[in-house]
Ligand binder design. Structure first.
Ligand code: G3P
Length: 217
């Protein structure tokens, strides 16, 4: 399973990269705004800075919602750096654009996916990644992880190559459960990734090893 970090914060991206387990980054307009990135040139520079830190895929989202606008933006985004993957919303014009990008060798991440039907359409249109938002489904008392399971089943039925990128991860157990049910990728806040490190018996065991070592000196 690939680990992506879901942020535009350069310090957190660098910390995740240094951990040695990072496979990529996902951003979105909200995450870019949170870092105060405004204006076309600043956005481009920020994507370049992210690509300089990580070695894997970096999802950059289009703002346009019309077909030609999505195509133009996507083409401009992939010119920034070879690691850029064009993030396209799950709307009708987005699906058309996914097909265009796929036919032209441009990698895509279909975002804002909340149903199996949407995931099926994204795969049919040749999306590289599909991003079901599991946390936002949980927020409205529906089953985010259940959606990942259903998409896994459908993709496996037909051998779709589109990778299931579990997004809107809220906590460490989301990551563990996504791994158990076969998500190809998770994109997560750094805190949930670092949560995987934690076990009280590790802390107790290490303290005992170190105190025994000190006593033997
Ligand atoms: O980047 C897309 C997704 O991960 C957003 O997550 O926490 O805003 O629901 P969240």
């Amino acid at each position: 399973m690939k680990f992506f970090i879901d942020t535009a914060n350069l310090d957190q991206i660098a910390e995740a990269q240094q951990l040695g387990c990072l496979d990529g980054v996902t951003t979105n307009p909200s995450l870019m705004a949170k870092e105060g990135i405004k204006g076309n040139q600043n956005v481009i520079n920020h994507y370049k800075a992210i690509c300089d830190i990580v070695t894997g895929d970096v999802s950059a989202e289009v703002i346009s919602v019309d077909y030609q606008g999505i195509i133009n933006e996507g083409k401009a985004l992939v010119e920034i750096h070879p690691q850029i993957v064009v993030k396209v919303p799950m709307i009708e014009q987005g699906v058309r654009a996914l097909r265009y990008f796929s036919d032209h060798g441009i990698r895509t991440n279909c975002t804002l996916v909340f149903s199996v039907g949407q995931a099926l359409l994204a795969a049919k249109a040749g999306a590289t990644y599909v991003s079901p938002f599991i946390g936002r489904l949980d927020d409205i008392s529906t089953d985010g992880l259940g959606l990942i399971e259903e998409i896994r089943e459908v993709y496996d039925n037909y051998g779709f190559q589109t990778e299931i990128l579990a997004a809107s991860i809220r906590h460490t157990m989301h990551i563990v459960n996504c791994a158990k049910i076969g998500a190809d990728v998770i994109t997560s806040p750094l805190s949930a990734i670092k949560g995987l490190l934690k076990h009280p018996l590790t802390d107790i065991g290490l303290e005992k090893f170190l105190s025994d070592h000190r006593k033997s000196q």
